[in-house]
Design a protein around this ligand. Structure first.
Ligand SMILES: [Zn+2]
Ligand SMILES: [Zn+2]
Length: 209
């Protein structure tokens, strides 16, 4: 079963559709990595977006599946660290929306499922494949079913290679079709912004409340 799933930022300015999604068309996972946690804190939405174990629910699929309907000019992106991951959000209300590679050469898109239509997302995306980076989770995460990086990467590269060979990677709404550069200039976190995130983690470690 595949179908279309709409998404929107909190204020409704940025809207779009994930086309042809389904349990076998992408990977529905929860990521507990420090960067995903930092992202929601940096944008001011951690309380609402992180689950009890600091997890962010994600769906990773082919970049050509995402269609932007409104609010393109509000899309902004940032580099949290030196890692090549680009984090996209709606500048209007600072809703985190997508993760991608730093350019369109390695094609994929990961959407935060919190932005997707709550009435349809569970049904369309299917059950979770598992949890990633549980070693970074908040509290005791030993009971969470894990997804191995090896099986995730195998599925990821199968889709990416197909999109490179077929040229579908040039059909991403987030990258210029010719240059494969991002449509918005990435912001790299300043030293101060990094320090604020590191301070939060240190404090959280000292005082778990
Ligand atoms: Zn918005
Ligand atoms: Zn993550």
């Amino acid at each position: 079963m595949t179908s279309d799933l709409s998404f929107a930022c909190d204020c409704g300015t940025v809207t779009g559709t994930m086309r042809g999604v389904g349990p076998d068309r992408g990977d529905h996972v929860v990521c507990h990595c420090t960067d995903c946690q930092d992202l929601t804190h940096h944008l001011g939405h951690a309380e609402r977006l992180l689950d009890a174990h600091g997890g962010t629910a994600l769906y990773q699929t082919r970049c050509a599946n995402m269609r932007l309907d409104t609010g393109r000019e509000q899309l902004a992106c940032l580099h949290l660290t030196d890692a090549p991951t680009l984090r996209w959000y709606a500048a209007c209300c600072r809703t985190p929306l997508f993760n991608t590679f730093k350019n369109g050469k390695l094609p994929f898109i990961t959407i935060l499922t919190a932005a997707c239509d709550p009435a349809a997302r569970e049904r369309l995306l299917g059950p979770l494949r598992g949890h990633l980076f549980t070693q970074d989770a908040t509290g005791d995460a030993s009971h969470l079913p894990k997804m191995s990086m090896v099986s995730l990467m195998r599925r990821f590269f199968t889709r990416a290679i197909n999109d490179i060979v077929s040229g579908e990677r040039r059909r991403s709404a987030l990258f210029d079709a010719k240059t494969l550069e991002p449509i918005a200039t990435p912001h790299r976190l300043t030293g101060e912004e990094r320090q604020a995130l590191e301070g939060r983690r240190t404090n959280a470690g000292l005082d778990p409340t």
